[in-house]
Design a binder for this molecule. Structure first.
Ligand code: GLY
Length: 423
């Protein structure tokens, strides 16, 4: 098969790498790809939202399957666009992807299907939103309804912070249209982790659990980022708790959407808070996580192509999704200054020194005559695997020590807390 992967980050590098392990795959193309993807697949210089050019490419090259990485094209309806042209594509259609694109839509579905989540109200009008936060008090969570590149969520510890967030979103329009509506939620306390699942409409096949580290600095300090590191599986998430999440959250969501005529086909990403009252939903995403994918797919035993093809046919129930034993840890190396402004074009050294048990997935990199250089905020995801978290973590950090570029920053505590639970 010839496969086209859409996107150009660490997630797409990992998807391409995994697909190429399938005996069914002849060639993988990636649009637009990155410097690392170029080493195993063919980069195609087409943007992720240029549906007409992507579909034309798929047609001309005889692409048997297109796989979509990021949320933007999913929300823009790339799956509908390809399906209308009879081009096979993996991912949810535009209507189903709205569970990520509109927080109030996702919340209304959760309410309708009785899925545990925080209490909320949504507002189009600034004065009513202010009155609501004053009535509820802090701490309280203020979210822009639409996509805001992960920056649209404010956990306000004081009323002043909540009012400032509302001012910025609803009056200064810092997120544009994405902030025309806000969702205001009760603040949940507990540990946050993710459970992703393959879904083909009704059948749900859960993946292993994973945990992201969203803040830029150790000990979860500093501003939020796209994710500075992950590990999988989460040792303190028991099988019983995973079953509870699948039965009370993931399956009811898939079933409800199917019966409401918006069947979800693709990766259903459930962001969870494990509260004292049990697991509750923080958010749903309509795609693989980044950098969650970098620790999940190395542990997947089943052929990913079989899962994707079966999903498109609505036959996921016939696929046995199995996982390797052991753990994976991903340490993100980021450009200096990230998540603020950062330089580009710095040469990356040491990529060839990486040994067994380690794979380096590229995010913001580019191939040049000087070698591989940085071209984004999150530059690399260095992934170690091993029989347990400790070994996986050692492998990842040993490789990070070999790789360098000017001002590289990374957290030194990825998976550190989880190891204490494992002992
Ligand atoms: N790592 C968080 C996300 O992919 O949404």
């Amino acid at each position: 098969m010839n496969i086209l992967v859409i996107g150009g980050g660490g997630r797409e590098h990992t998807i391409a790498w995994k697909l190429l392990q399938s005996p069914k795959v002849k060639k993988v193309y990636c649009a637009p790809g990155n410097g690392g993807i170029a080493g195993l697949a063919q980069n195609v210089p087409i943007g992720v939202n240029d549906f007409a050019a992507l579909a034309q490419f798929a047609k001309d090259e005889g692409i048997d399957l297109t796989v979509v990485g990021p949320e933007d094209p999913l929300l823009g309806g790339i799956v509908d666009f390809f399906e209308e042209r009879n081009l096979p594509i993996y991912g949810p259609n535009g209507k189903a992807a709205l569970i990520e694109g509109s927080k109030s839509f996702a919340k209304s579905l959760m309410k309708r299907y009785n899925i545990p989540t925080s209490e909320y109200e949504s507002f189009l009008d600034y004065e009513s939103a202010i009155a609501y936060v004053r009535e509820k008090g802090a701490p309280i969570v203020v979210k822009a309804d639409g996509l805001a590149a992960g920056k649209g969520v404010v956990v306000a510890e004081t009323l002043q912070e909540a009012e400032e967030a509302l001012r910025q979103i609803m009056q200064d329009h810092v997120f544009g249209e994405a902030g025309a509506r806000v969702v205001i939620e009760e603040c949940m306390r507990g540990e946050e982790l993710s459970l992703l699942a393959f879904v083909d409409g009704e059948t749900v096949k859960p993946m292993i659990t994973s945990q992201d580290h969203k803040r830029i600095f150790n000990d979860d300090l500093g501003p939020n980022t796209g994710g500075m590191g992950t590990y999988a599986p989460v040792p303190h998430m028991s099988d019983v708790l995973v079953d509870e999440v699948v039965e009370t959250i993931v399956k009811p969501m898939a079933k409800g959407m199917a019966s409401d005529g918006i069947p979800f086909k693709g990766i259903l990403y459930t962001g969870l808070m494990i509260t004292e009252q049990g697991p509750k939903v923080v958010e749903f995403n309509a795609r693989f996580g980044d950098p969650e994918t970098q620790v999940i797919l190395p542990l997947l035993e089943t052929d990913l192509v079989d899962i994707f093809v079966a999903t498109i046919k609505g036959e996921l129930d016939a696929v046995d999704v199995t996982w390797k034993k052991g753990s994976a840890v991903c340490v993100v190396m980021a450009a200096p200054g990230y998540p603020g402004e950062y330089p580009k074009g710095q040469v990356i050294q040491g990529l060839n020194k990486v040994r067994d048990q380690v794979t380096v997935f590229h995010a913001g990199t580019k191939e040049t005559d000087e070698g591989i250089v940085t071209s984004g905020g999150r530059v690399l995801g260095v992934v170690g695997t091993g029989e347990n978290l400790e070994k996986a973590r050692e492998a990842a950090y040993a490789a990070v020590a070999e790789i360098s570029f000017e001002g590289a920053q990374y957290r030194t505590d990825i998976a550190a807390k989880a190891m204490k639970h494992q002992k």
